[in-house]
Design a protein around this ligand. Sequence first.
Ligand code: HEC
Length: 173
Amino acid sequence: MSYLLPILLLIFVNISQVYGHGGEDHENSTPKNDIELDADGFEIVSTAPSQKILVKINKNYLRNVKKIFSNKCLSCHGVNDSPPWYYNIPGPKQLMDYDMREAKKHMNMTNDFPFEGHGSPVDDLNALTKTIQKDDMPPMKYRLMHWDSKLTEAEIKVINNWIKESQKILIQK
Ligand code: HEC
């Protein structure tokens, strides 16, 4: 019977999230103005970055960050090729499908960087920075099921370094 508790927990947490959606509602939000400041308070002019720049950032992503995301993020934000055993149970399956759909709507990492979803590459890096600072990814209910899914200090360092480096490259143009 011990496996029932996590499942009930999963269902409960999910239901409360569906009705009290904690995330930002991107579909109904008005577009924010384009003025963004870098760490030194200078305006980042958001014209679309060139392909060359994106390829460079993606190279760094593939080298350093992707294996972390593969372990801890891509099951929702990308292709889930090793779903857990309880995925085959009708209740959890629907809830997980919902999560995976939501996750990809916000940020789809399937095809590496630049991620697909709602934002520009700069937006995506900012959103990543925010979730890492707030420590809210992977979602808590997922951590309850996968005890090792929380990002470690070392992983956070690698990801933050990549974000900082990428933001610098994007500003230079
Ligand atoms: C269990 C599924 C799941 C896992 C695993 C997961 N996420 Fe998410 N993620 C979501 C969902 C659902 C949303 C959208 C709703 C929300 O913001 O809570 C989301 C939203 C986000 C956003 C916000 C994008 C925006 O719209 O601003 C970022 C960034 C993000 N996730 C990064 C990560 C990272 C990095 C990891 C791995 C360390 C991760 N996620 C792991 C389900 C997941």
